[in-house]
Design a protein around this ligand. Structure first.
Ligand SMILES: [Zn+2]
Ligand SMILES: [Zn+2]
Length: 206
């Protein structure tokens, strides 16, 4: 239902194309370049087209038998966070779009896009294309080494020689401890009846 308007479209909206000049003679074609500002819902929490940022549309409208075929590209800035080192990423997203807007609603296809008079609503089409084109695992660099597991430093900045002696010290400290009971309800008193043949490690110590 995404492109079926429930009310009449606003011809002045950035997302609405008027096909009046194109006419309805099959074969006629028009190119449309337009800049608009990104709506607030083009993306996810960590990967998105920043709301209000400039979006470029480079479209081709073709009149065909049943309607108007819209094809072309949508290009927009993209902000994300590197999945390995959490560094902010600024890049660009470009998505291909193609959709037939029919003159008449198709009774057998509720989802089919239709024209509203001469008007085409691009909002749903563009949003779907942008969301599909979002990178799943954005990285600042294909070779990003991520973060140091010891201190959280960006390995790309601190270099591959970066090491921690503390890790070894910590392991040494842990190695000196007697393993405590892992069951909080147990209070260290394991009944020999529950664990046949196993003696309580606490009694063994003393
Ligand atoms: Zn990174
Ligand atoms: Zn470190």
């Amino acid at each position: 239902m995404r492109s079926r308007p429930s009310h009449h479209l606003d011809p002045h909206s950035e997302f609405v194309l008027d096909t009046h000049e194109l006419g309805r003679r099959a074969g006629s074609m028009r190119e449309v370049r337009r800049q608009l500002s990104a709506p607030p819902d083009w993306g996810l929490e960590l990967v998105k087209v920043p709301p209000g940022s400039p979006v470029e549309l480079d479209l081709r409208l073709e009149s065909v038998m049943d309607g108007v075929l819209v094809s072309g590209t949508v290009t927009a800035p993209l902000s994300a966070e590197c999945g390995r080192c959490l560094e902010p990423i600024r890049t660009e997203l470009s998505a291909a779009i193609q959709e037939l807007f029919s003159y008449q609603p198709d009774p057998e296809d509720e989802e089919a896009s239709t024209l509203d008079g001469d008007l085409i609503d691009l909002a749903g089409l563009l949003r779907d294309a942008v969301l599909l084109a979002l990178p799943l695992n954005p990285v600042c660099d294909e070779d990003c080494p991520g973060l140091c597991s010891g201190c959280g430093a960006r390995l790309a900045e601190v270099g591959s020689e970066h090491r921690h002696d503390q890790i070894d010290l910590r392991w040494a400290a842990l190695a000196g401890l007697t393993p405590p009971s892992t069951d909080p309800d147990d209070n260290g008193k394991t009944s020999p009846a529950d664990v046949p043949g196993a003696a309580d490690p606490k009694t063994q110590e003393s």
